[in-house]
Design a protein around this ligand. Sequence first.
Ligand SMILES: Cc1cc2nc3c(=O)[nH]c(=O)nc-3n(C[C@H](O)[C@H](O)[C@H](O)COP(=O)(O)O)c2cc1C
Length: 331
Amino acid sequence: MSGFKIGNVDIKNRAVLAPMAGVTNPAFRLIAKEFGAGLVCAEMVSDKGILLENARTLRMLYVDEREKPLSLQIFGGSKETLVQAARYVDQNTNADIIDINMGCPVPKVTKCEAGAKWLLDPEKVYEMVNAVSNAVEKPVTVKMRLGWDEDHIYILDNVRAAQSGGASAIAIHGRTRSQQYEGTANWEWIGEAKKIATVPIIGNGDISTPQEAKHAIDHYGVDAVMIGRAALGNPWMLYQTVQYLETGELPPEPAAREKIDICMLHLDRLIAIKGELTAVREMRQHAAWYLKGLKGSGPVRKQINEAESRDTFGIILYHFVEQLERQMQEV
Ligand SMILES: Cc1cc2nc3c(=O)[nH]c(=O)nc-3n(C[C@H](O)[C@H](O)[C@H](O)COP(=O)(O)O)c2cc1C
């Protein structure tokens, strides 16, 4: 199975890392890329934050050369600010693709007429996408949900609106805004959207194994799958998916030591971006994800939650791995 194209950008395979606020910063994106993701998506960035040149927001626009191709997502509620922010990203960043967020369900965002709020108004979708794509050189994509709620599923109209507005690809999360992350993603709607689409459709929602990724591509015809939560603490999932799609073979699960090595690499990259204390605190949640499935890791998570330095973090994790390895030898 080969790759696909978004505008003039070549994506070398069909596994895409989903944008995740607080997660898909350069530290994790680079790991996802090294594990084979064809495209990585940065966490969403506020249009107003860009225009106000907020230091924290501008730092979120940094893209390492090794992460490319990369999609940088912006969100906003007014045409003027969104267009200006897109222009800024177009002219001042190393991103390959500009993505517009049309799925964020949180009230703080929808109250500002941004994120999933647009899903109620296909005309607005057209107008906004058209204005942004006319203002920039880089390809523009959209990430949307199926609709606002069960009674307002306008996915087909919204896909038509986005593509005629100039979107070069559309990612669809198979839930409504009111579902938040509850229930299951409805892939039937994603399949219907693919049938009427003239641009690549990236299907998203609940893909947790390489086999599910393959099923989504084979059965619903999507051009690629976008993987979010299943990659948390588990970039091997991306590697396994790419290999499975390309060769039909499933690489083995990683050993505990390999998981901890990557967790520490993740921490070191986060330290380089955010400084030791912030990085260590942020990594506590990630470490819990990396430890998932390792027998007896419960108490380790508790210890990690109190670690305040890289050294303590490493001592706790490697001590646990050594314990596990000893147990294995004894069996
Ligand atoms: C922690 C977290 C943060 C997220 N942040 C964003 C975001 O910034 N932009 C966005 O479009 N979607 C965001 N999402 C939604 C994901 O991109 C994705 O659509 C959703 O998790 C469903 O895919 P999954 O079932 O593979 O996780 C986020 C999801 C999670 C779990």
